[in-house]
Design a binder for this molecule. Sequence first.
Ligand SMILES: [Zn+2]
Length: 275
Amino acid sequence: MELIRTLHKQINEDANLIIFCENKILYDQKENSFIFKLNDLNSKLVNGPYLAIAESKGHYFYSLDISSSEEILGIFMDPETTNFIDLINIIAFLDSKNFLLASRASILNNWNLNNSFCSYCGKINKFDLKEGAFRCDCKKLLNYPIISPCIITLIHNDERILLGRSKFFPPNMYSTLAGFIEAGENAEQALKREVAEEVNIKVSSIEYHSSQSWPFPSQLMLGYKCKYKSGEIILNDNELEDAKWFNISDLPNIPPKTSISGKLIHSYIEDHLKL
Ligand SMILES: [Zn+2]
């Protein structure tokens, strides 16, 4: 599969459509799929131009936004099992190819919506096909998709790991700490600052693990492990409802292995058990 970023005036019958309405994604629970064909839908509501985001063997994938969720379903589709849902509810259960497609479709859909007009002069932006970016002639600046880098880190101290929970998490769910990288910071500085701000802990031995796109709305999570150095947990800002040390043999509910947080936790436990 090749990642592309272009606008098409028309789409073929075999086009793969990923459809959003008010920031929710159309999902078929019976088929466990968020990819639809034009024939499945009430095609009168699927208007162009169409934002192509990927191509595989001559078949295009498009990210489309519709203004009203009513009547998009074709006559053979069951509204009981196909409807608009929050992407966060399915993203952790997608395989890597579908994760990439859903994440990319959501990020580029927001980029498309947010760049209809020039932010300097207010005129309608043009789409530069060569660059795959929006532009206006007034400043000749190109508006590419914006990805916001964030750190996410597992803090360890031998058999114990530090996890926190936000009030939006399901009951007894704890996760690794995360935060946006500030302008001018490098990732390691952001990690130290975020950990100190959120839980009043100093850390050392920062080690990069892996990264993951996180389209809420457009983060790139850079995953690290780091070692506890000093300090007692104090919840310094309002981001976390609770944070605790957990023994790795007695963990609360944690995010699934498909998320970077779950990966960091499982990877630490596996490494620790080998010692
Ligand atoms: Zn302009």
